[in-house]
Design a protein around this ligand. Sequence first.
Ligand code: MN
Length: 372
Amino acid sequence: MAAIICRPSNRREKLAKRVKPPAVPGAVSNQTIDQALGAVADALLHEKKVLLTVHVNPDGDAFGCLIAMHRGLSQLGGDSAMYLSGADPVPPEYRFLKALGEVYRGSAPEDAADRTLVCLDCGNPERIGNEDLVKGAPRIINVDHHGDNTRFGDINLVVPASSTSEIVYFILRRMDVEITPEIAEALYAGILVDSGRFQYSDVTPTTFRVAADLVQSGADHTAIFRQVYENMPLAKARLLCLMLSTMTFRCDGRLAVGILDKEAFSQAGATGRLTEGLVDNLRAIEGVQVAALVYARPGETSEDGKPVFRVSLRSSSDEINVQRIAKRKNGGGHRQASGFTAEESPDEIVAFLEEQVCGDLARERDRLEHSA
Ligand SMILES: [Mn+2]
């Protein structure tokens, strides 16, 4: 891990006076996006104190952009702190991101009310998981790539991109931050995970250019891949096995569903958060267009003690927008990857999914027949 280079703080003021075009060829060219990017970079250069946060149950993108933004602002002499509302341990696949040890967890720093809140990768303020923090924030900067973002910030940079890490890369470049190996590693991990290893349709040539620059700047793509995807705890391998053994197919084999109930977690010896990515194994099966994993988090129950199920949805087809399905249950996400939480039984949840997916597929067939 490379040492962090700290620059004298007057560098921020000098930089704030300058407006720089994006430094990567083929980068954000749309004028509106460019202005919003400039506004965020400019605001961050002028902020004295910031608190960076991401959504609850953070994933690789959330961790990656959090660290990169923190290191970037600190490099310019800013007073930045990282905060997560949840106190869960870091999932094993992200423990190589050493800077996560510096994150405030559970309770925010005492001077939080003096800090501009920078929300990264959060579609709405509820996703931060700390209502008081949002209410008390003197100013909110909202940087995100979720299509359903409610633009809750005083300044919003919400643009389609593979990941928030990809957007943060452009903010850092605009602020003239040096992309150190540590920043490159964090951003590369974020892009890798949120793009489904560069497979989703929101991956663009720009995503690859950014990834190339990150590798050039010292991100070890082989090591990061191994840390994230080839470091599976045995308990997670057991969960995978149990998920595959419960797998069922609906809608003529185009919907695959796996279920992991509380018993499955205790059988696997899985206590923590080990489900990330499991659902992708269902989507990989021939003919499957939508994959769903219905799972109970150990220890998670509703107010009246009923088990709570989480549902991860993945789509490999343009015909099915799983964000729309998740939204009907007050969830959210992206067209190809989204999720929701439900207090119904797994059978009821599966019936709902079947109705939604079969319905969408039938409508799409009708549309194609009529347009033929
Ligand atoms: Mn994301």
